[in-house]
Design a protein around this ligand. Structure first.
Ligand code: T4K
Length: 357
């Protein structure tokens, strides 16, 4: 079976090189040397000022909501992985959906202001599939309405804008997911990125039970720390980042060459493609399901990322209705995307899709 993704496993000897140091230091978690090393290397790699590693991306969102003191309503996108919405509900915040732009698949600035009320405390856009949001327009709306902006950048590792800034440097803060299925991973993991030194200090306190030092506990925190084995995997994956990106670029190139052009979403011109996903969009849900069935019959497993549209969830306030997101979500598929897909496998996928169409 060719699955939608295959986590990258670095050469065992490289992982062992890092794991051996854990055996030497006997330091397994709680801000250990590998966590420290990975933090520094990621800051350099991504060219960001402050970065805090966490145990996963969902918790990174929740910690930010707490640290930034969000209350009431948060304007967000219905076209995302469910964690974007469920993390808000889990923190007793109310997700209020604004519809998406049909070309970028991201929160449309034109729809954000319509749903802002005196109860709104923040905007939570997602750079879905690593495709950049309209960050400058979103910031203008946030400034005008005195709102905070948190980017769910779970998919946006290694995205640089035409302004020559990492996409993670926009807004008040961003989160990354380092789950095994991501472009860069630490098995499970995530990060908070911000330009605000005080905010990162507060987040670090919150992920360590609110313990300021051995004899001082200043607030109720939780456990969100990254362990040393995850950091070891992260360091080993980072060593191979050029290889991973080049191979994914090759996959993207072959898809673009052999798939019908009309199903490939237009690239956005504000930032680079990071090759994290390969979505294809069909004219109708019927065609989308036919293609999916044809792929499954050939032992290829695409995924309906992201279906259903989150404004459709049973546990969400039913007054919310986002027709563009529901429409896109009903007819989009993500094709397999990972470094080790062979050209032969890619040609088979392209052939099955074209035939089914
Ligand atoms: N915000 C956004 C926008 C996100 O997309 C996510 C996560 C988050 C927030 C939260 O971040 P984390 O808390 O997860 O760090 C997967 C991932 O589990 C999830 O991290 C990711 N987004 C989401 C888009 O994809 P599922 O439910 O699709 O995973 P699953 O188990 O079906 O795996 C996908 C494919 O990968 C399968 O075909 C099998 C393959 N696979 C998976 C694993 C775990 C492997 O071959 N080996 C493996 O070890 O959610």
């Amino acid at each position: 079976m060719i699955l939608v993704t295959k986590p990258y496993l670095p050469d065992r000897s490289i992982v062992e090189k890092y794991i051996n140091t854990i055996y030497e230091t006997n330091w397994l978690t709680n801000f250990g040397p590998l966590e420290h090393k990975l933090t520094q290397r990621l800051k350099d790699y991504l060219q960001v000022e402050h970065l805090l590693l966490l145990s996963n991306g969902t918790l990174a969102l929740q910690i930010l909501y707490k640290a930034l003191g969000l209350t009431g309503d948060v304007v967000t996108t219905p076209f995302s992985f469910v964690a974007t919405t469920s993390s808000l509900l889990w923190e007793n915040l109310n997700p209020v959906f604004a519809d998406i732009d049909p070309l970028s698949f991201n929160l449309s600035p034109a729809n954000i202001e319509d749903v802002i009320t005196t109860n709104t405390s923040a905007i939570l856009p997602v750079h879905v599939f690593g495709r950049s949001c309209a960050v400058n327009d979103i910031q203008k709306i946030a400034d005008k309405n005195n709102l905070q902006v948190i980017y769910d950048a779970a998919h946006a590792f290694n995205v640089t804008t035409v302004e020559n800034k990492n996409i993670l440097t926009y807004g008040d803060a961003s989160i990354l997911s380092f789950h095994a299925t991501k472009l860069f991973h630490t098995i499970e993991g995530g990060a908070i990125v911000t330009n605000d030194a005080e905010l990162i200090k507060e987040c670090k306190l919150l992920i360590n039970f609110g313990i300021a030092n051995y004899e001082e506990i200043t607030k109720p925190g939780i456990n969100g720390k990254m362990n040393e084995f995850s950091a070891a995997m992260g360091l080993a994956v980072l060593d191979s980042m050029d290889y991973i990106i080049n191979e994914r670029q090759r996959v993207d190139f072959t898809y673009r060459k052999f798939l019908p052009a009309q199903i490939i979403p237009k690239e956005l011109n504000f930032a680079n493609n990071n090759y994290s996903y390969f979505p294809v969009l069909f004219d109708s849900e019927g065609i989308c399901l036919n293609v999916k069935d044809a792929l499954l019959a050939n032992q290829i497993m695409p995924r309906r990322y992201f279906y259903p549209s989150l404004d459709n969830l049973d546990y969400i306030n039913k007054q919310q209705y986002c027709p563009v997101s529901r429409d896109i979500s009903s007819r989009i598929l993500c094709l397999p995307m990972y470094d080790s897909l062979t050209e032969l496998e890619l040609l088979k996928i392209c052939h099955v899709v074209s035939n089914a169409l």
